[in-house]
Design a protein around this ligand. Structure first.
Ligand code: IYR
Length: 254
């Protein structure tokens, strides 16, 4: 609710005044009122070219697989930076760009992350999750041992910023931060594939706070995705999965 005559937009109007104050957001818009609008130039392509390009992109996207077996061959740092630049082009609510990407090649940090993930995953597989979960996952042949976390030359961790912090210390609303970061993740995963590298779309359960702590990240950042990035191991295998046909995923209303 916008409180007229004050400069705060409260997140929850039901909270005590002290709490409200703590969780207040700046009313100043994320973007300047007088933001300039400039002409947009588009390369107009023929219908034939559109189909060629859409088909080519489909071919690349369809070749992507989630890999669990990585080579330890190094990947140039500049490639990782370029991939993250691409992810950072994602659209975001009110152009708030609510993401932080952490690229880790340091072996000790990778090993510490592996320890945290394996400790939690062991609990997930052995007791936290039920028989239905373990049965549903068994065809994928996954378990709590995550060798790829130390083998892959890079781990990219994607954090969503649930709110921003203005230079004056006040909080700034990050609209649709979950969706904005998810779109950035989609671009990142596809960029990795296009580049010729592989990744594993992993969302380590219950590990967010511990990983955030060892990386010294602030509390407005929440771990969304952990992506090992590298080349596949020479003997890597993937489950023989089929994707749904277009007719199963598309409803056309003409
Ligand atoms: N996160 C666990 C288990 C897991 C869950 C799903 I849903 C998958 O599609 C694959 C694995 C793990 O990484 O082992």
């Amino acid at each position: 609710t916008v409180q007229s005559g004050t400069s705060v937009l409260t997140e929850k109007s039901t909270e005590s005044s002290e709490k409200v104050n703590e969780r207040s957001f700046e009313v100043e818009p994320a973007l300047p009122h007088d933001l300039k609008h400039i002409p947009y130039h588009n390369v107009r392509r023929s219908e034939k070219e559109l189909l060629t390009r859409a088909s080519e992109f489909y071919r690349i996207a369809a070749a992507r697989r989630t890999l669990r077996f990585f080579s330890d061959d190094p990947v140039p740092k500049e490639v990782i930076r370029q991939l993250i630049r691409a992810a950072g082009t994602a659209p975001s609510g009110a152009h708030t760009e609510p993401w932080t990407f952490i690229a880790i090649s340091d072996p000790t940090t990778k090993s510490n992350i592996r320890d945290i993930v394996e400790q939690e995953e062991k609990i997930n597989y052995k007791k936290r999750m039920g028989i239905k979960w373990t049965t549903d996952l068994s065809p994928l042949r996954t378990n709590w041992i995550k060798e790829y976390l130390t083998t892959a030359p890079y781990l990219i961790l994607v954090f969503k910023q649930t709110y921003g912090i203005l230079p004056n210390g006040q909080k700034k609303i990050h609209y649709y931060n979950e969706l904005s970061v998810s779109i950035a993740c989609g671009i990142l995963i596809t960029a990795i594939q296009y580049t010729g590298l592989v990744t594993l779309t992993s969302t380590p359960m219950n590990c967010g706070p511990a990983i955030r702590n060892i990386l010294g990240r602030p509390s407005n950042e929440k771990l969304v995705l952990l992506l090992p990035v590298g080349y596949p191991a020479k003997d890597a295998t993937v489950p023989d999965l089929q994707r749904k046909d277009l007719t199963e995923i598309l409803v056309e209303i003409d």
